[in-house]
Design a protein. Structure first.
Lengths: 451, 537
């Protein structure tokens, strides 16, 4: 596969930027001015010299052919990754043929690429041996897992007790108790090595101040924690699939050991959420042959972008392996057979009724699920009081938008794209409403990111 | 979404949970130490049941579909460029120094005008960003709204942040009645909001000047003074001798501002009765005295401002610090038709008249008034005479004609002549005074002008000063130089060897400034190419 036909779009390049400042700085460098000796190769390598403030230009080289997403190297001192020079060079390359002509790589770029290819080759041949070594001490691993299960059981039992105390005294008291109570309980769950329980407990603290209807939401969340506790305490009696779901909800590590599924995966959405410690990136994939939906998660330290970046609208032929748990969509990206390339494919869609039903069905396998990924076909964004909804173009039903979706600029991009006409929208549909993530206009037209 | 479980069961659970099982147990739960757990069990079942049973709500009223935009779609590359220009919002950058990177936001205005010239439709999903940009920068609004098209007004009705788009669009986005539909025009004129009426009058005036005047005359007597002023101002478009009777009548208006505007409009009509009256008054003040060795203009300023003068728009009260007589004199000359002076002053051409000496320090006053008259009457011949030769020594100094007046005079000349004059000016006087003059030149700059600017920048660099002394002209050059000039500038991008008398480090900064200039020109060239559309699609 040659790279000439599959230049990325500027949007897709900019989606690689670790933050807004880099995006801005990169887009300024995406013009021919500061660049010299730029070029690209058939194998998906782009290089160039960028004139910076110093006397010596920075050497920037990017490898797009790698299975795990683009790799970058730049001689600049920036600690951002990718740096603005890499982004600028990619933009230049995305912008057209003239600025980055095909040709042989100069030595400094060639060496790096050669080294990468060699390491990748070594890794591939070494892998089978490596995985065997990983399972070196099965007896020790089993003992560690048992010790952890005992701790979690103690934590879950303690949490049950605290919930019972809360319900005995009444939720009204929780309004006064504030965050402190929940933070302390969450810390106990961290000690119990149950991070899933800890984060759920921490979120309880914010509910009493979340506006009207908070007692309902607090009771719902308490009940679901109770359900998870009980699920853990009786996990032996649960069917296998549900037991795995409980284990992953509790926060036990799992590996993506499902059978690898090879498909042409279309990137439907990519978005980051950040808390004080961690940036979480979610990438939704749609298998164009299998019709499956998969979620890739990757993490970065707070304020830094996770490394895996797959811009919306690209399609990649690859294997993904599911994580355990019935109905779980989380998967890991395995071997890639071709670099990601832009695609005009769109996922098939359903009506709002079917979308709501799909969430209901998914709760059978995972009652703790907040939302499911759905593509809605032919919906019209319509104002509904203070909020918005997505109304079926050919029916009488509508899904309200979630409160978070209402306040995002993406809402207006969606409304503008529709202009009162039906659009196709991919998003997450759950009990809080629908969160649109990507939209396609009627007829032809590229996917528009809404998140 | 609609929750479909039995509401009373859930309500009971919530109430008990809120009060605590110690005080109240929901039906079906045995009071006692296990009551909280039983309540949580029941609540868990209900929560999952409620969520699983969620149904979509009933659809609200859908918005009216936006009107079709029949313009051709923007080429894909141009669309990406626009999203980049729009992403470069002011205030998002952290560093104040600009380095070698182009200032994208500054390129948005010309991108928009080029896209409008091509007649492309805006990509719908970028319209919100366009509206946000236009919201922050009023100078962008006309071009941004024209480009954003009907989708912008459609969106503005849904988002109060963008209300300005409705105000800026004629008739608040509702279509104006066609001018042939006289009944509808009359109705909107008599019942419409002020903004709608202004828009209606402007639209009709642009198409059929007389019809607009007649429409205005129907309600003139009943309009409020500030509205009369606005309406009268819209007659500036397509002003002709036919408007004279109406304007003449407005000279008797109750409002002083209306009278002044009417007089100003009349004086722009050299054939009007007011202009003739002014010509007589002004002519009485100016004469050529042949008793001197060289003929000299002598001035006898008016001794009083009589009611006739006041009625013709002369403001009687002079601003503080100015002599009354010279104030009146200036107004008379400004409003008198320039075409009358050659006859009055011995058959001389404007050039000869301007060259005549003026007695008793009246020269500045007289020439300034002639400048204002040339601008008001758009008289290129007089403007040329008053501008003089660009290379003349006094052209660069604080002579009779200020730079601001010169810029206005240049506006009456054709684009090519304007560029040539400014090029000549820069070649002689350098860049320090040229900023204002460059601002009135057509973009992209004509070749001689562009070359003059680049040469002058080069001279400034060799003179050893820092580039930021010229940042205004540099910025203009980035936006206005013909992108085709980029190739000729390449030699300037290198860092020159530092000379002893130069400011320390200036060479590096100049190289950086020229790099930015070249980068920006290349970017503008690429922008123009993208807007032409890619041949391969």
């Amino acid at each position: 596969m040659t790279q000439q036909g599959v230049r990325w779009t500027a949007d897709q390049v900019l989606a690689l930027a670790p933050d807004a400042a880099s995006r801005k700085a990169g887009s300024k460098l995406g013009a021919a001015g500061p660049w010299s000796e730029a070029g690209s190769s058939e194998e998906g390598t782009v290089w160039g010299l960028c004139k910076g403030s110093g006397s010596k230009p920075y050497q920037t080289v990017i490898d797009l052919a790698d299975a795990a997403g683009p790799a970058y190297k730049c001689s600049c001192p920036s600690r951002k990754f990718p740096c603005k020079h890499a982004l600028g060079l990619l933009l230049l390359w995305a912008g057209g043929e003239g600025a980055v002509p095909p040709g042989p790589a100069p030595d400094w770029a060639g060496q790096w690429i050669e080294g990468r290819r060699q390491r990748a080759q070594e890794k591939r041949t070494a892998e089978p041996a490596g995985s065997a070594a990983g399972a070196g001490d099965p007896e020790g691993a089993r003992r560690r897992a048992e010790r952890r299960a005992v701790r979690i059981t103690a934590g879950a039992t303690e949490l049950e007790q605290r919930l019972a105390d809360l319900l005995r005294g009444g939720l009204a008291g929780a309004e006064q108790a504030g965050y402190g109570l929940w933070e302390e309980t969450a810390a106990r769950m961290v000690d119990a090595q149950a991070p899933g329980l800890a984060s759920r407990v921490r979120e309880l603290g914010a509910i009493p101040s979340s506006g009207p209807g908070w007692p309902v939401r607090l009771l719902e969340e308490c009940a679901l924690i109770h359900l998870l506790d009980q699920g853990w305490l009786r996990r032996e009696r649960l069917p296998d699939g549900l037991a795995s779901t409980v284990r992953s909800r509790i926060g036990l590590p799992a590996s993506a050991d499902g059978p690898p599924l090879r498909d042409r995966w279309l990137v439907l959405a990519q978005y980051d959420t950040a808390d004080a410690r961690l940036t979480t990136r979610r990438i939704w994939l749609h298998g164009t042959d299998s019709g499956r939906t998969a979620l890739l998660l990757s993490y970065g330290a707070a304020g830094r972008a996770p490394e895996l970046a797959l811009p919306v609208g690209l399609e990649l032929e690859a294997e993904v392996s599911a994580y355990p748990g019935k109905g779980q969509l989380r998967a890991a990206l395995g071997e890639q057979f071709a670099p990601p390339a832009p695609s005009a494919t769109r996922p098939p869609g359903v009506s709002t009724d079917q979308a709501a039903a799909r969430y209901g069905e998914a709760l059978r396998d995972d009652p703790w699920l907040d939302s499911v990924p759905v593509t809605l076909d032919r919906v019209i964004p319509a104002p509904d009081g203070d909020s918005w909804q997505l109304a079926d173009a050919d029916g009488d039903s509508a899904l309200p938008l979630t409160p978070t979706a209402r306040s995002r600029p993406g809402l207006w991009r969606l409304v503008a794209l529709s202009g009162g006409a039906p659009v196709k929208v991919f998003g997450e549909c759950g009990h809080r409403g629908f969160t649109p993530l990507t939209a396609w206009p009627e007829g032809t037209g590229e996917a528009v990111q809404l998140c | 979404m609609n929750k479909t479980s039995a509401p009373d069961v859930w309500e009971e659970l919530v109430t008990s949970a809120l009060l605590g099982t110690a005080r109240r147990t929901p039906p079906g739960v045995v009071p006692g130490s296990d009551a909280p757990t039983a309540l949580l069990d029941a609540a868990a079942v209900e929560t999952v049941r409620r969520r699983a049973g969620l149904r979509p709500t009933r659809a609200a009223e859908r918005p009216q579909p936006a009107p079709q935009d029949s313009r051709p779609a923007l080429p894909a590359a141009a669309s990406r460029r626009l999203s980049m220009l729009l992403a470069d919002r002011p205030g998002t950058g952290s560093s104040g120094r600009r380095g070698t990177a182009p200032d994208l936001m500054e390129l948005l205005p010309q991108w928009l005008s080029a896209a409008n010239a091509h007649g492309y439709a805006a990509p719908p999903h970028l319209v919100p960003a366009l509206l946000d940009a236009a919201r922050g920068r009023t100078d962008l609004r006309p071009a941004a709204l024209a480009f954003a098209g009907p989708r912008a007004t459609w969106l503005a009705r849904l988002n109060p942040d963008w209300r300005f788009a409705l105000r800026a669009t004629p008739g608040g986005g509702t279509a104006l009645p066609p001018p042939q539909d006289t009944a509808a025009v009359r109705q909107l004129w008599e019942e419409g909001l002020f903004a709608e009426r202004v828009a209606l009058l402007a639209t009709i005036r642009a198409r059929e000047a007389a019809a607009a005047r007649e429409l205005l005359a129907t309600t003139w007597a009943t309009e409020r003074a500030e509205d009369r002023l606005m309406f009268l101002d819209s007659l500036r478009t397509g002003l002709s001798a036919d408007d004279e009777p109406f304007l003449e009548q407005a000279l008797a208006d109750r409002s002083r501002n209306v009278r002044a505007t009417a007089a100003e409009l009349l004086s722009a009509l050299p054939g009007s009765a007011l202009a003739a009256r002014m010509a007589v008054r002004a002519g009485a003040c100016v004469a050529v005295d042949r008793t001197h060795a060289t003929p000299t203009i002598v001035i006898e300023a008016p001794h009083e401002c009589d009611p006739g003068m006041e009625r013709d728009g002369v403001v009687a009260k002079a601003p503080s610090g100015r002599g009354e007589r010279s104030w009146w004199f200036g107004q008379l000359v400004e409003a008198a038709p320039l075409s009358g002076w050659p006859d009055r002053l011995g058959g001389r051409t404007p050039e000869e008249i301007v060259a005549l000496p003026v007695a008793d320090d009246w020269r500045d006053e007289l020439h300034a008034a002639w400048c204002r008259a040339a601008v008001r009457q758009r008289d290129a011949r007089w403007a040329r005479a008053l501008l003089g030769v660009p290379a003349a020594p006094e052209a660069g100094g604080p002579g009779a004609v200020s730079l601001a007046e010169r810029a206005k005079l240049l506006g009456t000349l054709g684009a090519e002549e304007r560029a040539e004059w400014v090029a000549g000016f820069i070649a002689t006087h350098g860049l320090s005074e040229a900023f204002q003059l460059l601002g009135v030149c057509t973009v992209p700059w004509a070749a001689p002008l562009g070359r003059a600017v680049v040469d002058a920048l080069n001279i400034a660099r060799d003179a050893g000063s820092y580039p930021w002394s010229f940042s205004g002209v540099m910025g203009l050059a980035e936006r206005c130089l013909d992108p085709g000039e980029a190739g000729r500038l390449e030699g300037l991008m290198a860092v020159p060897d530092e000379r002893e008398d130069a400011s320390p480090g200036a060479g590096g900064y100049w190289a950086e400034a020229f790099q930015r200039l070249v980068t920006t020109l290349r970017l503008r060239g690429a922008m123009a190419e993208e807007l032409k559309g890619e041949p391969k699609g």
